[in-house]
Design a protein around this ligand. Structure first.
Ligand SMILES: O=C(O)CCC(=O)C(=O)O
Length: 432
């Protein structure tokens, strides 16, 4: 069932597309028992409506297309209710901060089990990397090392472009030349002259590129996060190094990992969606392709003819096309900025979109998720969402649900596509 750990191109993303998971549902701290009772009652009594059996029989007999539609609409309604209930019951409205490294059991109880993100401060203040990793030090220590760098024309590696899923051109470059590009961009910007280079550069190979390509840096940090390894009883599957330009973006996706994301310098901006928002996240199936820079500096898109089609999310949460994807109006993204010295716990199967400040350096630890009943539930949610999304009535239904009486929950104006000061966004720790 599980794919090999690291496939050659966009490895974890390929892994992620075939593996997904789910979450448990429990009452959020502070919720009244009445709410929980209500939820329990709804769960116990309303999930399978007796009328559906009749409708199912009718539709099986092919007696009525309308009956089939009604059945589908009931499933869609239930999916919407499911997601909203998760927000009511246990999800936070912003990403909370912890002020120090947690005890393993506490962390498991409060965050990993419930599958909720948080930002942890002072969790790696003892790493020399925090003070050492200046461009000067990195040039001296690993300047001549050749590493893999993702190059794209627009900053989007592993993302949908038109009717393709396009991966970056993977270039081998010395670490110094990557720093030259990053520092050069800053110099040129200061001197207000046009940037000469073509393409956007991002060190983002994954598959443990820190240990594989830059082992010289390992002494500046720890090869795992001890309290996390104890909490979940295993070592990380991968330890990754990230260094990129300001316009390098990681498109919305999810991974089968418990992710501890540590920012060493600069900052990272995350848009997060819980797995329970899956019904509102559109997917398409795309021919995979790769960028290739031509002699003139322009990029061509070359199809990977031998590969299978790739399921990917075509929606850009920074500018969602709500005409095309009306269901996204019901999604409730959480936004947070992770600053130097902070660590984000990004739970498995949370959808995430990532941006960064120019030259931001980060290291993250991917711990394999448990393929347990939460994963199992998510698989079910995933397939039901796929069926619902494929039904022509879903958009109509969502349009109805988000009509004049229901506010737009995303904080995205349907007219302009701009993020507005919706209460949810105001409650986020950082707005960007
Ligand atoms: O930092 C990034 O650009 C992406 C990080 C990410 O997607 C991940 O760790 O799963």
């Amino acid at each position: 069932m599980r794919e090999p750990r690291c496939l050659p191109a966009g490895c974890r993303r390929f892994k992620a597309r075939t593996q997904s998971g789910s979450r448990e549902v429990r009452g959020r701290c502070g919720k009244t028992s009445q709410t929980r009772e209500g939820a329990r009652e709804r769960k116990e009594t309303s999930w399978w409506h007796p009328a559906w059996t009749e409708r199912l029989l009718l539709s099986d007999l092919g007696e009525s297309e309308r009956e089939k539609e009604l059945l589908m609409e009931s499933v869609q309604e239930r999916l919407v209710e499911f997601s909203l209930e998760a927000h009511d019951l246990y999800l936070n409205k912003s990403v909370p901060h912890l002020e120090g490294p947690p005890e393993p059991l506490q962390f498991y109880r409060d965050w990993i089990g419930p599958n909720k993100p948080c930002i942890i401060r002072n969790a790696f203040s003892h790493w020399p990397a925090l003070s050492r990793w200046t461009p000067k030090y990195l040039r001296e220590k690993i300047g001549s090392k050749v590493i893999s760098v993702a190059v794209t024309p627009n900053g989007y590696a592993d993302a949908v472009a038109g009717d393709r899923f396009v991966m970056p051109e993977e270039r081998q470059m010395s670490f110094s030349s990557v720093l030259d590009i990053i520092e050069g961009t800053v110099r040129q910007r200061r001197a207000r002259c046009r940037v000469q280079k073509t393409g956007v550069f991002y060190v983002q190979k994954q598959c443990s590129n820190l240990l594989q390509e830059l082992p010289e840096l390992v002494d500046d940090l720890e090869p795992h996060i001890p309290w996390m390894s104890t909490a979940i009883g295993k070592s990380p599957d991968a330890v990754n190094f990230w260094l990129g330009e300001e316009n390098a973006v990681t498109s919305m996706h999810k991974d089968p990992y418990e992710n501890l994301y540590c920012v060493i310098s600069g900052e990272k901006h995350f848009i997060l969606l819980p797995p329970t928002d899956r019904p509102f996240v559109p997917y398409g199936l795309y021919q995979s392709a790769v960028y290739q820079e031509q002699d003139g500096g322009e990029f061509k898109v070359i199809d990977n003819v031998d590969s299978h089609k790739v399921p990917w999310i075509p929606l850009d949460p920074l500018d969602p096309d709500l005409e095309r994807f009306p269901q996204y109006r019901l999604a409730r993204p959480l936004c947070c900025t992770v600053k130097a010295g902070e660590m984000l716990y990004l739970p498995s199967l949370w959808f995430h979109h990532v941006r960064q400040s120019h030259g931001c350096i980060a290291v993250n630890f991917w711990y394999d998720m448990e393929y347990d009943i939460k994963y199992n539930y998510f698989q079910l949610l995933d397939s039901l969402s796929e069926v619902a999304d494929g039904s022509s009535s879903f958009s109509h239904k969502i349009g109805h649900l988000t009509g004049s009486t229901t506010p737009d929950r995303t904080g995205v104006s349907s007219l302009t596509g701009q993020m507005t000061k919706d209460p949810l966004w105001q409650q986020s720790d950082v707005l960007f």
